[in-house]
Write a protein that binds this ligand. Structure first.
Ligand SMILES: Cc1cc2nc3c(=O)[nH]c(=O)nc-3n(C[C@H](O)[C@H](O)[C@H](O)COP(=O)(O)OP(=O)(O)OC[C@H]3O[C@@H](n4cnc5c(N)ncnc54)[C@H](O)[C@@H]3O)c2cc1C
Length: 646
């Protein structure tokens, strides 16, 4: 199939000026070299799909393109946990990011094949499984599915209905879908290409349910014929990601040998007994899910790249597109000279930088924690909380920013040849898969509250109030690494009192901390007072829970931004990052101004001053807009946007 839009290969010197180059180096941080190597290896010829392709052709093109990427070495960094190094773990994330510069169906197909199917084998299997299946999965000799979601249960994974029953007579398992609602659905690679599936279901041994486990089940033979007992359906046309063949899978008493269970955390031995090194079933369940955290980090990273692509397109267009003659001259104004246009794009660019720095820190944390089998369980919990939270922030941001960019390009933005509608359609569902964003925010809040309980757990209600007054801003917000500098800045600002200007970084951190600390404190109090078995009482706090999660994540992102500025050498790039950071902070404060006013954390005068200060920052940054998007590292030639040609 050769109907792809062709783009010339990347020019390594794609960044137009020194500021752009310095920003790119700072933005990519310790992963800059690895990312540059990824861009250099990325086969950019034919990287974008022709949006006019029909369903079958789009699927075939996507698979063909995935083969091209695998031949270029992408997706090969996934290894069994016993062989994982910091390097291999980080490389697997950067590979996905790099693939996301191109068509997102290909990125998601790689995500399914390498990250989810390969990742399940690597994370839930034993060295024998790795030796037997991993190489075929990574090189596409065995196309596979990650079959978790069912018609009846998506977010609530613990309630999956598929059964994986051990048959002691035959010495193997029987995989079965007992009801219509047990059928797997939306499963990538199921409708057309998958030969093998990592299937999640309830393990039953000797009549005892042992909770959710994962087993490899063959779906099709070498010719692609569906195997007996397996029923496959096609989810058909979707709102985006047309190149991914999502489908349904149901099992009718399918027999699978005992060694197909991915049994790193729970196994059935030769005598037919269930054995697990983790006794507590709840902990076992969350440990298994925790082993799959990479997928969530990838989706956040892919969404971030999509947002950067859209912002690069819209900003470059806004520099060249003119509308209306200026009253003071014969020339027409470029769109980017209009304040309202600056307000659309520049705060979004600032936020993209902020999220990028936080993603860098998350990638580092993943590399360290996931390659150390003896890691502290608290480090794993922190990693899972940040992965869930950043997945939400990145995907929500991508959806909002891409829509803004589409509108910022007027009618041209709506033409498929300019890529924005494709990006919008493809990233939409990033808010849903790899964990629905609302459900993930609840996970984030749970992580924050667990840390809170660890610190405050021993205190009675009076002690809590007293200690809270004494330790304002420190104990709730526990920091390591990237956050230490932010903590120092805020301590200094607190000492000075509320005298700082809107541009005072210490005051910024203080405000972000206050939003987090106060909302966590008050939520913890409400939770203590509530009956945890009462649905109504717990449900009544859901909006509060979501607020806590967002407040926590915004503060984490700011910590990363501040640490990244500190790591940037003095000069124009550092100065620009300072301004971007202030713009990120003030737009975040402006969107929650109601909260700050209602909780007496900000005076009326200061809240009013936010808007003109943001406007001024936008005007200051406007002349550097192209350098700012150059700093994202998306080569202009890869944008594939017809309106930018020539
Ligand atoms: C294109 C696509 C590809 C996919 N690929 C795969 C795949 O390869 N493998 C796989 O296993 N799965 C896959 N999925 C499934 C995906 O992971 C699920 O759709 C997702 O987990 C959400 O589950 P659900 O659709 O059942 O939504 P639900 O869980 O039914 O959620 C629906 C709505 O209810 C809300 N909600 C749910 N529970 C709560 C709660 N406790 N409190 C408040 N609100 C709540 C959610 O926020 C959401 O808005 C894919 C989905 C899509 C659309």
């Amino acid at each position: 199939m050769s109907t792809a839009v062709t783009t010339p290969s990347a020019d390594p010197g794609f960044v137009e000026d020194d500021l752009g180059a310095a920003l790119l180096s700072a933005f990519e941080g310790s992963h800059h070299k690895r990312r540059a190597a990824g861009r250099a290896a990325f086969p950019s010829e034919g990287m974008l799909r022709d949006p006019a392709l029909g369903l079958d052709d789009a699927r075939a093109w996507t698979l063909e393109r995935l083969h091209v990427l695998v031949e270029a070495g992408f997706g090969q960094a996934i290894v069994g946990v016993d062989r994982a190094t910091t390097d291999s773990q980080i490389q697997s994330l950067i590979d996905f990011e790099t693939i996301s510069y191109g068509d997102l169906s290909v990125a998601i197909k790689s995500g399914v094949q390498h990250g989810l199917f390969g990742g399940a084998i690597a994370g839930l299997g034993t060295p024998e499984h790795h030796a037997r299946f991993l190489s075929d999965a990574l090189t596409l000799r065995a196309l596979g599915c990650f079959a978790m979601t069912e018609r009846g249960h998506g977010s609530d994974v613990a309630s999956l209905e598929t059964t994986i029953s051990y048959d002691p007579q035959a010495g193997g398992f029987v995989v079965h879908s007992p009801h219509d609602s047990s059928a797997k659905t939306y499963i990538g690679n199921a409708a057309a290409h998958g030969h093998l599936a990592a299937v999640f279901g309830q393990l039953i041994v000797d009549g005892v349910a042992r909770g959710v486990h994962c087993i490899l089940v063959p779906l099709r033979d070498a010719d692609g014929t569906v195997l007996p007992g397996v029923r496959i359906g096609d989810n058909g046309h979707k709102g985006g990601l047309l190149g991914v063949d999502n489908g349904t899978i149901a099992f009718d008493h399918v027999r699978v040998p005992r060694d197909m269970l991915l049994d790193r955390f729970g196994a059935v031995d030769a005598e037919g007994r269930y054995v697990s090194s983790i006794e507590n079933p709840n902990r076992r369940f969350f440990t298994m899910l925790g082993a799959l955290v990479r997928g969530r980090i990838c989706i956040g990273g892919g969404a971030a790249i999509a947002a950067r692509r859209a912002l690069s397109i819209a900003t470059r267009y806004a520099e060249r597109r003119t509308q209306f003659r200026r009253p003071d001259s014969d020339a027409e104004s470029p769109l980017l000279d209009y304040l309202s246009h600056q307000r659309k794009l520049l705060p979004a660019i600032a936020r993209a930088y902020a999220l990028g720095f936080a993603q860098n820190d998350l990638i580092d944390a993943y590399g360290t924690v996931s390659s150390d089998s003896r890691h502290d369980p608290r480090a794993q919990r922190a990693l899972e909380t940040q992965a869930a939270g950043l997945k939400v922030l990145n995907t929500d941001f991508a959806n909002a920013a891409i829509q803004t960019c589409r509108e910022a390009c007027g009618g041209a933005g709506y033409m498929s040849e300019n890529q924005l509608t494709q990006l919008r359609a493809d990233t939409d569902v990033f808010a849903t898969f790899e964990g629905d964003n609302t459900v993930l925010l609840q996970l984030v809040a749970k992580g924050v509250l667990t840390d809170y309980r660890d610190v405050w757990g021993g205190l009675g209600r009076l002690g809590l109030v007293q200690a809270s007054a004494r330790l304002v801003g420190s104990a709730v917000i526990e920091r390591t690494g990237a956050g230490l500098l932010a903590e120092r800045l805020s301590t200094t600002a607190r000492r000075k009192g509320d005298a700082g200007a809107l541009s005072d970084r210490g005051w910024h951190v203080w405000m972000f901390e206050e939003r987090e600390r106060h909302s966590v404190d008050s939520l913890a109090r409400r939770m203590r007072a509530a009956d945890s078995d009462s649905f109504d009482q717990v449900n009544a706090m859901q909006d509060h829970v979501l607020f806590v999660a967002r407040a926590h994540m915004e503060r984490v992102v700011l910590d990363s931004f501040i640490a990244a500025i500190e790591a940037c050498p003095d000069g124009a790039a550092r100065q620009t990052l300072e301004e971007l950071c202030t713009l990120f902070v003030l737009t975040s404060l402006e969107s929650d101004a109601g909260w700050f006013l209602a909780h007496n954390r900000m005076s009326d005068a200061r809240a009013k001053a936010l808007r003109p200060r943001i406007n001024q920052l936008c005007a200051d940054l406007r002349p550097r807009a192209t350098a700012l998007v150059d700093g994202f590292g998306v080569p202009a030639e890869w944008l594939g946007s017809a309106m930018l040609a020539g």
